[in-house]
Design a protein around this ligand. Structure first.
Ligand code: SP5
Ligand code: ZN
Length: 351
C-alpha cells in the first residue's frame, strides 16, 4: 500500500496542554510521525510519497466536511491570537471559555468579535493547543487524506494517510482532542464524491471518534463505528455511548462499542468481529479506518492492554472484509512503540 505522509506536520508543535488544573507537556508530539516513517523505511509496505493536490481542490474537499465559518476561523486564528497581545507570539493559543450546548441557551450562532471567545466557540477542550503552524500542518494532513482516497478511487486495495495532528475528534465546526481537520471524514466524503455509494468508517482509536460520528450522524450512506474506552470514565466523556444509533435518515447507521478501561485483547478482538459483521451487513464499497495505536498497553493516557504483536491480528481481521481500505493516523502516545505498532497493523493487513 502507498503511504502519503505530511511534510508540514512539524509546523504543528504544541508545548503544553491543560490537565486537571495544571499544564503538562503535550502528548501529541512530532516524533510520533517520525517513528512511523522510520519504521516504514525499515519495513516497507509500498511507496512513500508526499501528496500532490492543488490548493483549490484541497480547500474544496475540506469544505465538504467543515463549515465555512470554522475554516475562516482556523485560517486567521494565529494572527488574531497574536494581535490580541504581541507577547502571544511566544504562547500557544488555548481556550478558556465555552458556550454550553442546548438546552442551556447560550448563543453559538452569533460570532463574538473577541478572539478568545471565538477560540472557545470552535473547540471543546483546553488540551489542544493551536500554534503558528497548525493551519498549515492540518491542511497538509487533509491533502494526505485526499491523495489516499484517490488511490482507492483509482482501484488500489489500500492506502495510508500518515499525518499529524490527528483528526477524528474534529467536527464540522470544532477542534479538540488534538484534532483540527477530520482527515478520515474528508477521505470518506472524497470516496463518496468519487462515486462509491456506501462507505464504512471503523474507528479503532482508544478514544471515541466523536467528530466523525457527528459529521455523518444523519446520513445513511456512511456507516460510522467506533470501538473505544467507555465514555463514562474515558475522554471525550460526552459522546460515544452504545445507545447513539444515528438520527433521521441516519438512524441505525452509527454503532458504538464502548469497553471498560482495562479491557484485554481477547475481548477487544471479539468486539472487532461485531463491528466487522456490521460492516458486512451494510454492504460497504470501501472501508476507512481511523487508526489509533493508543489501545497499546504502554500508552500513557489510555487504558487497554494490547501488545505490539496483537496489531498484526488487528490488521489481518480488517483485511478480511475484502474491501478497499484507507487508513488514517490518529492517536498513540507511547512514542517509541507507535511506529512498530502502526506498521505491525498495516503489515498484518497486507499478509
Ligand atoms: C487523537 C487522540 O487520541 N486524542 C486524545 C485526546 C485526549 N485528551 C485528554 C488526555 C488526558 C491527558 N492525561 C494526562 C495524563 C498526565 N500524566
Ligand atoms: Zn485516542
Amino acid at each position: 500500500m502507498k503511504t502519503f505522509h505530511n511534510p508540514h506536520h512539524t509546523l504543528h508543535q504544541g508545548r503544553e496542554e491543560m490537565f486537571r488544573g495544571r499544564m503538562v507537556p503535550c502528548h501529541e508530539v512530532p516524533a510520533r510521525l517520525d517513528f512511523v516513517l522510520a519504521e516504514l523505511q525499515r519495513r516497507p509496505l509500498g511507496a512513500l510519497a508526499t501528496p500532490s493536490v492543488s490548493e483549490t481542490e484541497l480547500l474544496a474537499s475540506i469544505a465538504r466536511v467543515h463549515s465555512a465559518r470554522y475554516l475562516d476561523f482556523l485560517a486567521s486564528a494565529w494572527d488574531e491570537w497574536v494581535a490580541m497581545d504581541p507577547a502571544n507570539a511566544q504562547r500557544d493559543a488555548l481556550p478558556s471559555v465555552w458556550p454550553l450546548g442546548n438546552p442551556h441557551g447560550f448563543r453559538a450562532d452569533v460570532l463574538p468579535a473577541n478572539f478568545a471567545a471565538r477560540l472557545g466557540l470552535f473547540s471543546f477542550d483546553s488540551g489542544s493547543p493551536l500554534t503558528a503552524g497548525t493551519w498549515a500542518a492540518a491542511r497538509g494532513g487533509a491533502a494526505c487524506a485526499l491523495a489516499a482516497a484517490r488511490e482507492l478511487l483509482a482501484g488500489q486495495r489500500s492506502a495510508f494517510a500518515l499525518s499529524r495532528p490527528p483528526g477524528h475528534h474534529a467536527g464540522t465546526d470544532f477542534f479538540g482532542g488534538y484534532c483540527f481537520l477530520n482527515n478520515a471524514a474528508i477521505a470518506t466524503q472524497a470516496l463518496r464524491d468519487g462515486g462509491l455509494g456506501r462507505v464504512a468508517v471503523l474507528d479503532v482509536d482508544y478514544h471515541h471518534g466523536n467528530g466523525t460520528q457527528t459529521i455523518f450522524y444523519e446520513r445513511a450512506d456512511v456507516l460510522t463505528l467506533s470501538i473505544h474506552g467507555d465514555p463514562t470514565t474515558e475522554y471525550p466523556f460526552f459522546l460515544g455511548h452504545a445507545d447513539e444509533r444515528g438520527a433521521g435518515a441516519g438512524e441505525g447507521f452509527n454503532l458504538n462499542l464502548p469497553l471498560p478501561r482495562g479491557t484485554h485483547f481477547a475481548t477487544w478482538r471479539a468486539t472487532l468481529d461485531r463491528a466487522l459483521d456490521a460492516v458486512d451487513a451494510f454492504k460497504a464499497n470501501a472501508l476507512v479506518v481511523p487508526m489509533g495505536l493508543d489501545t497499546f498497553e504502554g500508552d500513557p493516557i489510555s487504558g487497554f492492554t494490547l501488545k505490539s504483536d496483537d496489531y498484526f491480528a488487528v490488521g489481518e481481521a480488517l483485511a478480511s472484509t475484502g474491501l478497499p481500505t484507507l487508513f488514517t493516523f490518529e492517536g498513540g502516545y507511547a512514542v517509541d512503540a507507535v511506529g512498530t505498532n502502526a506498521v505491525n497493523l498495516l503489515e498484518g493487513f497486507q499478509r
